[in-house]
Design a protein around this ligand. Structure first.
Ligand SMILES: NC(=O)c1ccc[n+]([C@@H]2O[C@H](COP(=O)([O-])OP(=O)(O)OC[C@H]3O[C@@H](n4cnc5c(N)ncnc54)[C@H](O)[C@@H]3O)[C@@H](O)[C@H]2O)c1
Length: 252
């Protein structure tokens, strides 16, 4: 019970890694707000947790909408009285477009979800954590937040931005009881491929030249285990790190 009595928000928790993180956090004693813009999916995950003896509520939030995020934190406080851990996990892919092919619309959509949504959730959480005197942020970033061509220009830039945000936040609040770390997963078996639209043949071809160095594809629970460590007090001295969980892919 490494998260006993902790309250956690997990965004994008209806599927993939977010779902695994929500389930593992609940198993470890956390009260979990299972948040997603796919509300039915979030409800299914929350119900399964509850049926399993855990504590969870479902929440409908599009992380690209500020009003939704404000409501998410208000609902969490109303239900559980506090927040200990924010996991920013919701994210979408681009279509592997290099900069010469990216449209403003695609760029703005990817940044709204992957970057601005994360910044806003961190802003709200941080002010809550300052009031409480403690709090932990775990950002599910990507190997694309550390390396240059694991996706297209928009996804890569959006995730690099969150790497910077993670480090900046960690240092800024290092003496205020707040920690902030990131995870850089390699390829993981989830539904994220369904968010890829208008795929660039050229960009995909360039991206594929490095994907042969990926040792293997991971399972969502293998990322959830790292999110558990980073969310728990066991990582009390770890701050401002973006840790790869990729079977050694970024080691190449
Ligand atoms: N799957 C991979 O190989 C991989 C690798 C590295 C990083 N990531 C990152 O991991 C995170 C989780 O992705 P996943 O692979 O589990 O994908 P997934 O598609 O299985 O799950 C993502 C969840 O986020 C939700 N979501 C998407 N946009 C949202 C929005 N605007 N507001 C609220 N919820 C939204 C979806 O409904 C879905 O339930 C993402 O940030 C992604 O960029 C994925």
């Amino acid at each position: 019970m490494r998260l006993k009595d902790k309250v956690a928000i997990v965004t994008g928790a209806a599927s993939g890694m977010g779902k695994a993180i929500a389930e593992l956090y609940a198993n470890e004693g956390a009260k979990v707000v299972v948040s997603d813009y796919n509300y039915e999916g979030a409800q299914t995950v929350a119900e399964a947790i509850t049926n399993n003896g855990g504590v969870a509520i479902a929440n409908r939030t599009n992380v690209a909408e500020l009003a939704d995020l404000e409501n998410l934190f208000a609902e969490t406080k109303e239900a559980f009285g506090k927040l200990d851990i924010l996991v920013n996990n919701a994210g979408i892919m681009d279509g592997m477009e290099p900069v010469g092919e990216i449209t403003d619309e695609k760029w703005d959509r990817v940044f709204a979800v992957n970057t601005t949504g994360v910044m806003r959730a961190m802003r709200i959480a941080t002010n809550l954590f300052l009031e409480q005197g403690h709090g932990v942020i775990v950002n599910n970033i990507s190997a694309g937040g550390l390396r240059g061509a694991r996706a297209g220009a928009a996804y890569t830039a959006s995730k690099h931005a969150v790497t910077g945000l993670t480090k900046n936040t960690a240092y800024m609040y290092a003496q205020s009881g707040i920690r902030c770390n990131g995870i850089a997963p390699g390829g993981v078996e989830t539904n994220i491929g369904s968010t890829m639209t208008n795929i660039s043949e050229f960009g995909m071809g360039r991206q594929m030249t490095g994907s042969g160095t990926m040792p293997r594809v991971g399972q969502p629970m293998e990322i959830a285990q790292l999110a558990l460590f980073l969310g728990s007090d066991e990582s009390s001295f770890v701050n401002g790190q973006v840790i790869a969980a990729d079977a050694g892919w970024t080691a190449y």
